[in-house]
Design a protein around this ligand. Structure first.
Ligand code: GLY
Ligand code: MN
Ligand code: MN
Length: 447
């Protein structure tokens, strides 16, 4: 593959795939319409320093264009060009301080746009493109500043009514169309997601090998994130969770500041973002490399729930079958251990598991870690289709304050999470290579 046939030097997606995504979106749009997709705003972290820039992933999905202060415009059937980009002009001084800017002329060629203009001209040009269109598609209500700019452009058209200008009569949420497209991954997206998963697998294995009593949660985080960065990932797809002992019972524990103690478990929920795609893995293992009897008993229930849920996560099966499977296995397991008492079906009906398992079994995975896509259609659970990617992540968390259970169970928190691709014939577990059988974990940690 010639480098210039691809987007940039490191993108694993070809220009022609982005072009066909834009065509697909335009084919779903109303005849006389226009779509406007803005870059994400830059965010100040401290006075004059920003957070690392994160592009609006819908712009990434449609164009792969990475810069702030850019706006993509799609106008199906426009004879003078259907795909237009507004972006920053070249600026040698700013590029010395802040880095490369593509500039409109080069962007046309590199990204396959029909036309491009400096962002500084958008207020003059965009109202003319909006004028006369019946519908305007944009991400309604997501970014208050951009909503206001859209309304300013539309109001500008309205102000020209006396000269015969026609403002759009309908405003349509673009996200609905984008979400459906993004839910089913293409071959090249799956290749990137495999790579993201592989880097995260290596990171979890590294942490497992490094762990011992007396080190700190942030040191395991550093091991994990070192592997991400050394492998060319963008960094973590979300703030890494490293919780020792009872910290493992806090679902979104991100302080990662405590010492890991002999006899405790540690729960690590961490995944890298690679070429903009997220991975999301959780493993829970003993800090000293050996599970206690109580830890093993809880762990085995969660592992069984995960395995059975993976088995039912197949094309043709409704989404909630995964969750229901985890609930059934966990309820049965907790009854067996005496942590829940009663008839299994009654307990399931009463959602008794919620005291110990208070989140759903997973979520779509993609450009966002909690990726887009409806879970229900017309009130019915969505049916799995090939190309969907989903996490499965059952857990049991026994609060250290739970006086209803014997003290020996308190403070045990276990979650195990894998990333699953639905295929025509079954599924592929992208993250199976991080050990999750107890004997495999103990073996790896003994090395
Ligand atoms: N790491 C976020 C999640 O598992 O959903
Ligand atoms: Mn996770
Ligand atoms: Mn997850």
């Amino acid at each position: 593959m010639e480098a210039d046939e691809k987007l940039g030097l490191i993108s694993m997606i070809e220009k022609k795939e982005y072009m066909s995504r834009r065509q697909e979106l335009m084919s779903m749009m109303h005849k006389n319409s226009i779509a406007v997709i803005s870059s994400a705003p830059e965010k100040v972290r401290s006075r004059d320093t920003n957070y690392p820039y994160k592009q609006n992933v819908n712009l990434t999905y449609l164009a792969g264009f990475p810069e702030p202060e850019s706006v993509l415009v799609l106008i199906p059937d426009r004879e003078d060009g259907q795909v237009i980009l507004f972006c920053r002009d070249k600026d040698p001084l700013r590029e010395t301080w802040d880095g490369y800017r593509e500039g409109p002329a080069s962007a046309i060629k590199k990204y396959g746009f029909d036309d491009a203009f400096p962002i500084s001209d958008i207020d003059d040009i965009l109202p003319n493109l909006i004028e006369g269109k019946d519908r305007l598609y944009y991400a309604v209500g997501k970014d208050a500043d951009f909503d206001k700019r859209i309304m300013d452009w539309v109001n500008h058209v309205k102000s020209q009514r006396g000269n015969g200008a026609l403002p759009p009569g309908e405003f349509v949420d673009l996200d609905h169309f984008m979400n459906e497209m993004r839910l089913i991954k293409t071959k090249s997206e799956l290749e990137i997601m495999k790579k993201a998963a592989k880097v995260s697998v290596d990171a979890h294995k590294r942490a497992m090998k490094f762990c011992k009593p007396g080190i700190y949660e942030y040191q395991l985080q550093a091991e994990i994130e070192h592997e991400f960065q050394m492998s060319g990932a963008n960094g973590p797809a979300y703030t890494s969770i490293v919780g020792g002992g009872a910290n493992g019972c806090i679902l979104h524990y991100i302080e990662n500041k405590d010492m890991l103690k002999n006899g405790d478990l540690v729960l690590i929920d961490a995944g890298c973002e690679y070429e903009d795609y997220a991975s999301d893995i959780t493993r829970t293992f003993p800090v000293n490399g050996k599970f206690s009897d109580e830890q093993a008993a809880i762990y085995d229930i969660v592992l069984k729930a995960l395995k059975e849920a993976i088995d039912v996560t197949q094309a043709g099966t409704p989404y909630n079958k995964t969750n229901e499977t985890t609930i059934r296995v966990i309820t049965e397991g907790l009854v067996e251990l005496g942590l829940l008492k009663g008839d299994i079906n009654d307990l399931i009906k009463a959602e008794a598991h919620r005291e110990f398992y208070m989140h759903g079994a997973g979520h779509w995975l993609g450009l966002d870690v909690h990726d887009v896509g409806d879970y229900k259609i017309d009130g019915e659970w969505r049916i799995y289709e090939p190309g969907m990617v989903v996490t499965i992540e059952p857990g049991i968390y026994i609060s250290p304050k739970n006086k209803k259970v014997d003290i020996k169970w308190r403070g045990i928190g276990v979650r195990i999470e894998d990333d699953i691709v639905i295929t025509k014939t079954g599924n592929i577990n992208l993250t199976s290579k991080v050990p999750k059988e107890r004997n495999e974990i103990e073996k790896m940690m003994a090395k």
